[in-house]
Ligand binder design. Structure first.
Ligand code: CTP
Length: 404
């Protein structure tokens, strides 16, 4: 995980969304980051430094003139050690100071002294956010490379609806991870991932689907983003939240997924087909809801497009994607079927998983897979969280791109 061992300086300013910054701080610590919190004086009117200090097990800095153990000035010391400076929540006031380069407290001084990437998660009243002054400050900071995440739309502290809520914590974490990984092993590489199980309509209220949760594909999209890739995620319906920093394309059927993939094929370096694509669809989807009768019902099914098959045909003339990864979901003879599938689907890497095991495959958080590549030794990975499986798969992809 990209956050492991990274030095994150978390700046917290005085807004009501501050209680969510405690959760952000906790998640950063859980992900293995070394977190130093700087609070503005206004922030301490909303919460005391205690929750941040308890979570990070480090002193929280507020006072500009506090001396550290090594007698270095706090703002210089923190600005030098930061791999990333995150300000969440960021008030309009602090954003204005950052745009102007003011350094009137420990946080703004640290920001001015630091050359670390800056991630800003604003939270304020909608009118303050929409004000031309704020918008110009945001533009100026963006032009200097700052990454903004949010604010989101919804109910504000005033009770009004509008844009001004702190972005979801998962999105702020996504922005931090993307920023930290921007120069990673997949920097500049365009990756298309498919995820989830396609749905083939029977009538307006029913479909034929499968048990895929989309978790493996979403983990691949996140991990590719964290390694610096530009990612497109073509997703069949899932219950998962969109992945921050990834272009999301929502499809439903195998035909829609086929179209979405083929349209983008010439623009991508890597294709990862993690989706569970239906092999059959009802030949005729009823226009109105099918009513039950006294007898049984026979459905006539027809084959869907084999997306990897179409990719294999298009690839020689397109010269893209440079690397194609397939998945094999099997319930018996895993390796025999996977080897056959690798050759039939003409993929550079095949991820085989036994979906009949309770701790591996559909719906669960972990996976146990075997990696197969033509002419290479098969590699059985241990039971791992899906995100770690994704990291291993993408390391192989990076090596295949390198070996070209
Ligand atoms: N796949 C595809 N198009 C389809 C079906 C599957 O591109 N219509 C892709 C999947 O995304 C996966 C790989 O092919 O990467 C293997 O999918 P799987 O369902 O395991 O294999 P099938 O080819 O469908 O073969 P079978 O169902 O007979 O095992």
């Amino acid at each position: 995980m990209i956050l492991q061992g990274k030095n994150v300086v978390l700046g917290v300013t005085g807004g009501i969304a501050i209680y969510k910054a405690v959760d952000l701080c906790s998640k950063l610590v859980q992900a293995g980051a070394n977190v130093d919190v700087i609070m503005t004086e206004a922030a301490t009117h909303f919460v005391t430094p205690l929750p941040f200090q308890t979570l990070t097990k480090r002193p929280v800095s507020v006072d500009m003139f506090q001396l550290l153990r090594d007698t270095e000035m706090a703002h210089i010391s923190l600005s030098k050690k930061a791999d990333v400076l995150v300000i969440a929540p960021a008030t309009a006031n602090t954003i204005a100071k950052l745009a102007l380069g003011l350094a009137d407290n420990l946080l703004t001084s640290t920001a001015l002294a630091s050359r670390a990437p800056l991630v800003i998660a604003p939270a304020m009243d909608a009118d303050m956010w929409a004000h031309p002054a704020t918008q110009q400050n945001v533009q100026l900071l963006r032009s200097r490379g700052a990454v903004f995440v949010g604010p989101a739309r919804g109910r504000l502290a005033s009770g009004r609806m509008g844009q001004g809520r702190l972005a979801p914590i998962e999105d702020i974490l996504g922005a931090i991870r993307q920023t930290l990984g921007s120069k990673g092993p997949l920097a500049g590489v365009r990756v298309l991932v498919t995820a989830g199980g396609t749905q083939e309509p029977l009538d307006p209220v029913r479909h034929i689907g499968n048990r895929s949760s989309g978790k493996m594909g979403y983990a691949l999209a996140e991990a590719a983003r964290d390694m610096g890739a530009q990612v497109i995620l073509v997703s069949a319906p899932t219950c998962l939240a969109p992945v921050f920093g990834v272009e999301m394309l929502h499809v439903r059927t195998a035909a829609e997924m086929h179209r979405a993939v083929m349209e983008r094929l010439s623009q991508v370096d890597v294709l990862i087909m993690a989706a569970a694509v239906a092999d059959y669809r009802p030949k005729h989807a009823a226009v109105q809801k099918i009513k039950k009768g006294a007898k049984g019902l026979v459905l006539e099914l027809e084959r869907t497009e084999d997306i990897l098959g179409a990719v294999a045909k298009a690839r020689p003339s397109l010269g893209k994607p440079r690397v194609v990864v397939g998945f094999a979901a099997e319930t018996e003879d895993l390796l025999k079927n996977a080897r056959e599938k690798m050759h039939r689907k003409k993929v550079d890497l095949l991820v085989a998983n036994d979906v009949s095991a309770p701790d591996s495959g559909f719906g669960v958080e972990t996976n146990r897979v075997v990696l197969l590549a033509p002419g290479k030794k098969e590699e059985a990975l241990p039971l791992l969280p899906k995100f770690e499986v994704a990291e291993r798969v993408l390391s192989k992809v990076a090596a295949l791109l390198e070996a070209e």
